[in-house]
Every structure is written in C-alpha cells, then in structure tokens.
Design a protein around this ligand. Structure first.
Ligand code: SER
Length: 318
C-alpha cells in the first residue's frame, strides 16, 4: 500500500485530494501537510496531519522518514495573482520549495512525486486557441515562470536521477468545498457564492475573457489517474496539457442565470486581466488522452448545476 504525503493539503485542490486519496488508500496512509493555515476538524481527525514549511528541507525529510512516505503530491504553491503582488515569495515557495521536495525525493529514493503545473506556464507568445502540448513557453508572471521551471526541473530529475516525477498543466479549478486563494481564475468560484447569496457579482475579468477551466472532481481524477498510469506508456512527465471546458465570465453568467434568473454581474477588470490575457483560451490535451486515457466528465452545464446544488446546501439557501 502506498504511503502518501500531500503538501498544500489545506488549499483548494489539496483538501479535496487528501479526501480522495484517503478514500482510496486508507486514512492512515495519507499524511496531510499544511504550512500555517489550520486544517479542518474533519481533515485532522480522519488521518495524520503535520505542519511543514516547504522552504525547510529538513522538515520535509523528517516527515517523509517518520511516515515511511513513498509518494508525494506536492500541491503547496503561491498562485498567479498573489505571485504578482509578492513575486519574491512566489519564487521561494514555488521554485525553492519544489527544489527541496525533489532533492528530498532523490535522497530518500521516493517512488513518485506529483507536481501540478498550470496553463500559466504559457505566455502571450503562445498560440491561444487549442494550445498544443509542445509550444512556445514564455510566461510573463512569476507564477508562470515558476511553473515552467517546475516542469523542467521535474523532467530533469527524471532523466538525470531516475526519480519518477509527473505533472499536469491544470486550468482554472472550480470547486465548492475549499475556496481558492490568490488566483486569476478565482472569479469562477466566487461568482457562484455571490450568485446564491446576493444575486450580484462584480467580476475582476472582462465579460469575454475566455479561459480553460475544470471542475474539481475531474481535476482530482486526472491527477490520480496520471499517478497510477503505467510509466512505460508515458512519453511526457511533468508537462501534460489537461482540458475540460473553456468559457468566459459572460458565458458562465448566462449558465448561472438559467438556474438563478435574476442574477446580475458587473465587470470591473483589475490587474488580473493582464494575467488572464497572457494565458491560452483553450487547450489541446491529446497527449494526456492518448498516453494515459484522460477524459473529463463535467461540461459547463453539468458543473454549474452541481456547483449550485452543493453550494445551496452548504450556504443554507436550499
Ligand atoms: N488557477 C491558477 C491561477 O489562477 C492557474 O493555475 O493562478
């Protein structure tokens, strides 16, 4: 049975990933690690939890030894918008933090490290429609720079040290359990909360700003499937494009209005618009489909229905 460590376990993806991995591999085999934010009661009671600063290599190593870890899902990161406000922090956490995890992985001969990349690894020179897996990678955000670096480092550790590092380029992730923090795609989560609570939302991106997105169940399924894929089938390692849906704020608003007809949205683009403008609008994920059988389950309509249903219960707006 695998022994897994999840860094960034209190974050948007990490918190649901921990749940999914605990369901699959048993609670005691999945160690959740956060930095400063306290875990929920459920997370702490269900299985092991540790506070780990990814900038402290010894601390990472200690936890890996303590629990006999063989697989790490390294989800701890600073997202794009926070990364532009605090580029030095994003550099340290996303690049030095990953370097520490890779080095510990090499020293402890871990079986596998999963490291998510992002559509942010692309930049304004990249073709924006149906962006190929292999294309121009010249991001203009610190987050994007850190993600390209992460992909290259992971591929290097695989080739040079035989460490099995794998990763996918996530689009914006939409979920109803833990809020995202500091991302450019966060509007697509906030909008649901505001539509249900206040029937009004002020969007920080333009109405027609199309971006690739994905519902959390697909994001979790994708990462775990890649982790379980036969290594002999993989021609890539840390750089799989992954697509599900692409939509603009305007299209999402129309979809929400099918269920909440009096919902209104205003558009007041801020500094995050420039970040969104530098990213692709849609993604070609043929490599992931062919090499490890990727297939998303949720389209825009199915995701919107499920989000509103779950959030109405969560927010007591049944
Ligand atoms: N959701 C991320 C962000 O907006 C993109 O990977 O920063």
């Amino acid at each position: 049975m695998e022994k897994i460590l999840v860094t960034g376990a209190v974050g948007q993806i990490g918190s649901e990933l921990v749940e999914a991995l605990r369901d699959k591999y048993c609670n005691e085999n999945v160690v959740a690690a956060g930095h400063r934010t306290k875990p929920t009661k459920e997370m702490k009671e269900a299985g092991p939890f540790e506070f780990v600063d990814v900038l402290d290599k010894d601390a990472i190593k200690l936890v890996i030894k303590k629990y006999n870890i063989d697989t790490v899902y390294h989800m701890g990161a600073v997202l794009s918008a926070t990364g532009e406000e605090k580029p030095q922090l994003a550099f340290r956490v996303n690049i030095i933090g990953l370097y520490n995890v890779l080095e510990v992985g090499r020293e402890c001969e871990l079986e596998r490290i999963m490291v998510p990349s992002s559509i942010a690894a692309f930049g304004p020179d990249t073709p924006t429609e149906n962006t190929p897996n292999e294309t121009i990678m010249r991001p203009t955000t610190m987050y994007g720079v850190s993600k390209v670096t992460g992909e290259l480092l992971g591929n290097y550790y695989f080739k040079r040290f035989g460490l099995d590092v794998r990763g996918i380029r996530y689009p914006g992730i939409i979920s109803n359990k833990t809020l995202p923090g500091g991302g450019t795609t966060d509007y697509a989560v906030e909008i649901f909360y505001e539509a249900i609570k206040n029937k009004h939302y002020v969007c920080f991106l333009k109405e027609d700003s199309t971006l690739p997105m994905m519902y959390m169940p697909d994001a979790i399924k994708g990462l775990i499937s890649l982790s379980e894929a036969d290594i002999n089938q993989l021609k890539h390692h840390c750089d799989y494009n992954l697509a599900a849906v692409s939509f603009s704020p305007g299209e999402l608003v129309s979809e929400i209005q099918r269920i909440i007809p009096d919902f209104k949205c205003e558009y007041k683009p801020d500094f995050r618009q420039e970040i969104a403008d530098s990213w692709p609008k849609s993604i070609d994920d043929t490599a992931a489909r062919e090499e490890w059988g990727w297939e998303p389950l949720y389209d825009l309509r199915a995701m919107t229905l499920d989000m509103i249903e779950k959030l109405r219960i969560k927010l007591g707006h049944g």
